[in-house]
Ligand binder design. Sequence first.
Ligand SMILES: [Zn+2]
Length: 72
Amino acid sequence: MFDEIEIDIPCPNCDNKLKTTVKKLRTNPVLHCKHCGDDIKINADTSKFDRETQKVEKSLKKLKQTLKKFGR
Ligand SMILES: [Zn+2]
C-alpha cells in the first residue's frame, strides 16, 4: 500500500540520487541513471524496502494518534 513512496538510490558511479518507487523496484529492479547513462541493477532486496515502508506506516499511525489527542 506504500508502494508508491518515492525513494532515493545513489548511483554507484556518479553518486547522483536516482528517484524511484518501491513498486518500480519490485517489478523492474533496474534503474537508468540519466547523469552517467548507466543502468544500475538493484539487488532486489525488497525486504529492506519493506522495512522502510513499515517505518513510514508506523509514523503515520503515531501521527494519527497524536491528531486524535488534539481533537479532544
Ligand atoms: Zn550515474
